[in-house]
Write a protein that binds this ligand. Structure first.
Ligand code: SAM
Length: 278
């Protein structure tokens, strides 16, 4: 669909693209094809798409053989997508609602699924946090999001972009920026560059309990990233236990949030939990 066709369709649906809903529709067919190619979809794979919009990516996911579940908040787009793609012979279902509020364990069940989407900028971070907290998070992600956010997801320990989201994600996935995308391939163009990001599973993902504990510690540490993590964690654990844990893992008590690697957050969480229970 070119820009004129997209504008005609949006007008017919009475939609003026909303910045609040991150409604920046992808226009470039080559880029859409490349996104699907890079995701390497196998026929029958279960795919979760967030924000199908007018279906530019959806139609390609289906053409590649995907079994697609899409979540769209805008009821006018949801109705259009449902009418266009939800036929008895198409492996497609549309959920109208907020991607940050779905129960993905109930929606997707226990079988593996992938997440491939041009995420709305407005909710990419809460969506990723929400879905990673489920019992069965996606086996991998191929998502288009703000470049700034992609930098945070893929940040190295000790850099300014490294934060609690980086740590949470790194407990389950390895993030790679596949390509950086300029604003002019969208309508309307966003104010910033975007990036297509691949999140692949790591070989030793954190268990749900380890993930929960380490996320809590990282959140506490990054809440005041200029202060020493040891001191900040006294809000949760006694000084005695903290001292034992830092010594056992070989961590300097003068370290700040950005100096601890995701592996060290995991080790610290496990050790503190063990010490607190004994
Ligand atoms: N997939 C389309 C494309 O690539 O052209 C549209 C992508 S557009 C960046 C984001 C889409 O997400 C819009 O259709 C918007 O209505 C929808 N959206 C915004 N917030 C949402 C939310 N919280 N839950 C689900 N969908 C949302």
């Amino acid at each position: 669909m070119n820009k004129a066709e997209l504008c005609t369709l949006l007008n017919s649906l009475n939609i003026h693209p909303s910045r609040k809903l991150g409604q920046n529709f992808l226009l470039d067919p080559n880029l859409l094809d490349a996104m699907v190619r890079e995701a390497d979809i196998h026929p029958g794979q279960r795919i979760l798409e967030i924000g199908p919009g007018t279906g530019a990516l959806t139609q390609r996911l289906l053409a590649a053989g995907g079994d697609v579940t899409a979540v769209e908040l805008d009821h006018r787009l949801a109705a259009f997508i449902r009418k266009t793609y939800e036929t008895p012979s198409t492996p497609f279902r549309l959920i109208q609602g907020d991607a940050c509020k779905q129960d993905y364990d109930a929606l997707m069940g226990p079988a593996p699924f992938r997440c491939i989407a041009n995420l709305p900028y407005s909710c990419s971070s809460p969506f990723l946090i929400h879905i990673m907290e489920g019992a069965n998070p996606p086996q991998d992600f191929h998502v288009l999001l703000q470049k700034e956010m992609a930098d945070r997801l893929s940040a190295a320990t000790g850099t300014k972009d490294y934060g609690v989201l980086t740590v949470r994600l790194a407990m389950r996935y390895r993030a790679t920026i596949v390509r950086v995308i300029p604003p002019n391939v969208f309508f309307p163009p966003p104010e910033v560059h975007s990036a297509y990001v691949r999140l692949e599973p790591i070989s030793d993902p954190a268990s749900p309990n380890e993930y929960r504990l380490a996320s809590r510690i990282a959140a506490e540490a990054f809440a005041q990233r200029r202060k020493k993590t040891f001191g900040l964690l006294k809000r949760i654990y006694s000084e005695h236990i903290l001292h034992q844990a830092f010594t056992q893992i070989g961590l300097d008590e003068g370290l700040r949030a950005e100096n601890l690697s995701p592996g060290q957050y995991r080790a610290l969480a496990t050790c503190l939990d063990h010490l607190a229970q004994h």
